[in-house]
Write a protein that binds this ligand. Structure first.
Ligand SMILES: Cc1cc2nc3c(=O)[nH]c(=O)nc-3n(C[C@H](O)[C@H](O)[C@H](O)COP(=O)(O)OP(=O)(O)OC[C@H]3O[C@@H](n4cnc5c(N)ncnc54)[C@H](O)[C@@H]3O)c2cc1C
Length: 539
């Protein structure tokens, strides 16, 4: 891969009314993984698709940005299940025409610092089991029962996913079968399920050590999503070679090849509804793009509260349905640049998860009430170490990213201010939080003191500003048991011509959003048309 200029990272085509085609078969709002997957699959089926992205670059949470000669990802640190020819890998290969490569992380891809103890997640089912057993020799039965639960959860997941692609009458018809395939256990709290297997709180903590991947600690999250994540990373973590922006970069040509386009700086103001049916979208500049099929990947809260006329959302019942779900937590990001290569600095291809103790839920609660309390989790990732291409693009430098939760309410008073001009008190608060997070890095890697050249901090307001998430939510909707049982969270809405996709339909994660894109396409074109394509993808 060639050495890049800053503009290389800005992918997509800048929106101008004159650049629009005369007509499109579908308009997709948002160019994240959900939107791009839907657009690419429809394109492959011969549809001309217009993707409209409000940000300056395409990719949603998979985009990367560059500053001061460094390059960071905003929402991708590792992807699982792509090391061999799995269904996930085949889907990525299909979308990217095989142009997306994956670099394996270290065998110990996640490291959990829980109080003063250290545990590692090892790649491979047997390795995972043996490693846990070595650390918890009296817990063999609990560990094996847990692995058996993960296996049965895996069998249930495709039925759960499939149920989302069905219309409401089909869901009713299939209901006994789906209930049989998705046992109640999946919708119980993660902690409750694990507490029936063991009393060892350290073992429960290690098993839940990746809770940050869905943003909810084990006494609030559903076991279904816990199991999805645990299975997803069971065979290790992988990083997209070239950086996370390469994901969108490698998918967009498929959309363009069918005559479609991905436009950036293209904010949709609202979805146009006439006589109860969707007829297109109105852009921020006043232009209306007529189209009878509109897919929103902008998140369900945005879609029903911001993009649809209020009376339409209320009449269709979405206003009250939204009351049954909550936004996921918000986060801080620290983007760090160092003037030596990852190799010279000895940075690992392992993510660090740092917890004050093994009671994750109590730590979250304490912190939410008092920002001076220790962070309930601090996640540290080393992208330039994971990416074998980074040194070619940015020789002699390295990057580190830190992610930690932070409630949106702490930042609410600045929410109407412009990015970069929120005032000294905001900058000072942000700086203080950033400095605190840097101490976690120096605590684990003291040799980095004095080597950091630059760092900057993002807050939940950055997520709101760049991604449009109203409460700065990290993962769309919160993954509670209630949310996972909302049958209206599916691609087909009750408003003819309006479809949903992205992380709110299934689960968060790049793969979750990708699978949602596949379900949305299935829902739009129907089983008969999707079947040959799926056969081609999975052959
Ligand atoms: C800090 C962080 C770390 C993460 N780490 C990982 C990880 O390591 N591995 C993993 O698998 N997942 C990770 N995730 C989650 C993953 O990135 C997301 O779940 C997934 O990418 C979401 O895809 P999406 O298409 O649903 O939404 P998005 O990527 O958010 O796309 C929605 C798009 O809609 C656009 N939009 C909104 N409103 C409008 C409008 N009115 N007009 C036009 N466009 C609009 C937004 O700008 C955005 O680009 C992480 C997320 C975060 C925030």
């Amino acid at each position: 891969m060639a050495k890049m200029t800053p503009s290389t990272l800005r992918i997509g085509y800048r929106y101008r009314p004159g650049r629009l085609a005369e007509s499109y078969d579908a308009v997709v709002i948002g160019s994240g993984m959900g939107g791009l997957t839907t657009a690419a699959m429809l394109s492959d089926l011969g549809w001309k698709v217009c993707v409209l992205e409000q940000h300056y670059t395409a990719g949603g949470y998979t985009h990367s940005y560059e500053r001061n000669g460094y390059e960071w990802d905003v929402g991708v640190h590792y992807i699982g299940d792509v090391g061999t020819s799995t269904r996930t890998r085949k889907m990525f290969d299909y979308l990217s025409d095989g142009k997306l490569d994956w670099a394996p992380m270290d065998n110990e891809y996640d490291r959990f610092y829980i109080g003063d103890k250290v545990f590692n997640a090892k790649a491979g089912r047997r390795e995972f089991r043996d490693n846990l057993l070595r650390q918890f020799p009296d817990e063999e039965q609990a560990i094996d029962e847990y692995l058996a639960l993960l296996k049965s959860a895996g069998n249930a997941m495709s039925s759960f996913g499939m149920s989302r692609a069905l219309g409401s009458w089909q869901q009713k018809l299939m209901s006994p079968y789906l209930k049989w395939k998705t046992p109640d256990l999946l919708f119980r709290l993660t902690y409750d399920v694990l507490a029936e297997l063991t009393d060892d709180q350290d073992l429960i903590a290690v098993i839940c050590g990746q809770w940050g991947d869905m943003g909810l600690p084990p006494k609030q999250s559903t076991f279904l999503v816990h199991a999805m994540i645990a299975r997803h990373y069971m065979y290790g973590g992988y990083y997209p070679v070239g950086g996370s922006w390469r994901i969108a970069d490698s998918i967009i040509p498929k959309i363009q090849a069918a005559g479609g386009e991905v436009f950036t700086y293209a904010r949709v103001k609202n979805v146009v509804v006439e006589n109860g049916k969707v007829t297109g979208v109105a852009m921020q500049d006043g232009r209306v793009i007529q189209c009878p099929c509109v897919v929103s990947s902008a998140g369900v809260a945005n879609t029903f509260q911001k993009l649809l006329p209020t009376e339409v959302a209320a009449k269709a019942g979405y206003e009250s349905k939204l009351e049954t779900v909550d936004p996921s937590s918000a986060h801080l990001g620290v983007y760090i640049g160092l003037k030596s290569s990852a190799e010279e600095l000895g940075l690992p291809k392992t993510n660090f998860w740092i917890y004050p103790n093994n009671d994750f839920d109590a730590a979250v609660q304490r912190f939410n009430e008092d920002s001076e309390q220790p962070f309930p989790v601090v996640y540290i990732s080393f992208p330039s170490a994971k990416d074998p291409d980074y040194a070619k693009r940015h020789p002699g430098t390295a990057t580190i990213e830190i992610v930690a939760p932070a409630p949106y309410k702490w930042f609410e008073k600045w929410q109407d201010e412009t990015w970069g001009k929120r005032g000294e008190d905001y900058d000072a608060f942000k700086q203080k939080l950033g400095e605190r997070l840097m101490t976690y890095l120096y605590d684990k890697l003291p040799e980095l003191r004095g080597k950091v050249d630059y760092y900057e901090v993002s807050t939940p307001l950055s997520t709101n500003w760049f991604g449009g998430y109203q409460r700065g939510e990290l993962y769309g909707l919160s993954h509670t048991p209630d949310r996972m049982q909302q049958k209206w969270l599916r691609p087909k809405t009750s408003i003819p011509g309006l479809w949903l996709t992205g992380q709110d339909i299934l689960t968060a994660g790049v793969t979750g959003a990708m699978m949602a894109g596949m379900l949305t396409t299935t829902s739009i074109v129907g089983m008969r048309k999707i079947a040959p394509l799926m056969k081609r993808i999975y052959s």
